[in-house]
Write a new protein. Structure first.
Ligand code: HEM
Length: 374
């Protein structure tokens, strides 16, 4: 329940050991006034800093402002601990469309994602000028953070889509046990981990010479979000062997097929007793592995979701895939392209939401989110 540091070289919520709960919101900026946008970013930064420390969104708190004004904090997290809250902001490609004089500062890496085979994207679950990712170990604390930031932005931004997540699907630290996703498999075993600073520098953090016109992103990271519906009813009638072949790992231990232990190295040359590759050619872990992608990796930080039913008798369940990386064009795009073409999982999943955001570097005390950009 301890508080996480808000300020730092990088924003919290990226390599912070993944908390249990997520509330993610994408917003559109409704003002045309750049000064209003900057003022909101300043207000948001202070509010997020306060809430991360376990305090209310504004100094007046849940009864502040006097009896005749709306209270300065909505109140539902009053008395609750910080619960490991992190609040992370990102800027979408559309923020750089010229409305705010930012067109020449758009990083080349912040390109709209291309269409992938099999995409079933819904506009109402995709895109956005801004995003806020709130993660905490108490759902009430995560929702309170997003709600108060949206409230402070009334008239300047409007919520476009939002996603709740329970049950992290990735460990982002070697101190965490690997959690399981809605298919019952351990997820995050081969993730880039917070302790591996070399891999973070190589795959997650933007370096100062990555993009001459977007030096403001140095120390930041790009976030790709995909809402992936998982057809759990079909999966749940699929044999254990087929399930394990589709992933390329065994279900209980999470070991690579043909191996024994979760963290055993993947051996793609190993043969099963029948002479076929132990890890099938279209297994998810083979296609997503760096050896199939010229060394490309990324940091996954997704969450499970169930959002009621689909209206035709099934649960609307899945994985809200969130990943952080240094350049989506070189990392997510080729990886998802490889998966979309061949992954055995495709029979059981459907991507129906998509967005990409540039998450600026962290703040020093007194600075505001994205200060280097404006
Ligand atoms: C690995 C499940 C979507 C990238 C894994 C593993 C599971 C899994 C069970 C093995 C454990 C691990 O190493 O984490 C799923 C499910 C998905 C999904 C159920 C959709 C609902 C994606 C997407 C991407 C992705 C969209 C990226 C485009 C990866 C990577 C690995 C991985 C990079 C590690 C591969 C390795 O190096 O061994 N996934 N995944 N996954 N997945 Fe996914």
């Amino acid at each position: 329940d301890a508080a996480i540091d808000f300020n730092g070289e990088h924003q919290a919520g990226i390599v912070t050991p993944a908390q249990d709960r997520l509330h993610f919101v994408a917003l559109d900026v409704v003002t045309k006034d750049r000064a209003e946008l900057v003022a909101l970013l300043k207000t948001w930064t202070r509010a997020a800093e306060r809430m991360t420390a376990g305090a209310e969104a504004a100094p007046g708190g849940l009864v502040g402002g006097g009896p005749f004004a709306a209270p300065e904090d909505t109140g539902e997290a009053y008395g609750l601990p910080a619960s490991g809250l992190t609040v992370t902001i990102g800027f979408g490609p559309s923020l750089f469309d010229g409305r705010f004089g930012l067109a020449d500062r758009r990083p080349a890496a912040l390109a709209d994602l291309p269409a992938f085979p099999g995409d079933q994207l819904e506009a109402a679950r995709s895109g956005g000028d801004l995003c806020i990712q709130a993660c905490a170990n108490d759902p009430q604390v995560a929702v309170h953070a997003v709600r108060n930031l949206v409230r402070l932005g009334f008239g300047t931004v409007s919520a476009r889509w939002s996603q709740l997540g329970f049950g992290r699907t990735s460990s982002t630290s070697t101190s965490q046990a690997t959690p399981r996703n809605m298919f019952g498999f351990k997820d995050g075993t081969a993730n880039v981990k917070a302790e591996d600073t070399e891999a973070l520098a190589q795959h997650v953090w933007v370096a100062s010479d990555d993009d001459a016109s977007a030096g403001w992103m140095t120390g930041g990271s790009y976030l790709v979000a995909r809402r992936i519906r998982m057809h759990i009813e079909v999966w749940d009638r699929t044999s254990l062997q087929e399930q394990e072949d589709v992933i390329g790992r065994d279900k209980k231990e999470g070991a690579p097929l043909g191996g024994a232990k979760e963290f055993d190295a993947l051996d793609f040359a190993r043969k099963a007793p029948d002479g076929q590759p132990a890890i099938p050619m279209n297994a998810h872990v083979r296609l997503a592995h760096e050896s199939n992608l010229k060394g490309v990796r990324l940091l996954r930080r997704g969450y499970n979701f169930t959002d009621g039913t689909d209206g035709v008798g099934h649960l609307d369940a899945g994985l809200f895939f969130v990943a952080f990386m240094r350049d989506p064009r070189r990392q997510f795009v080729p990886m998802q392209q490889a998966l979309a073409e061949k992954d055995g999982l495709n029979e059981y999943i459907e991507h129906n939401g998509s967005a990409v955001f540039a998450c600026p570097p962290g703040t020093q005390p007194g600075q505001f989110w994205g200060q280097q950009l404006f």
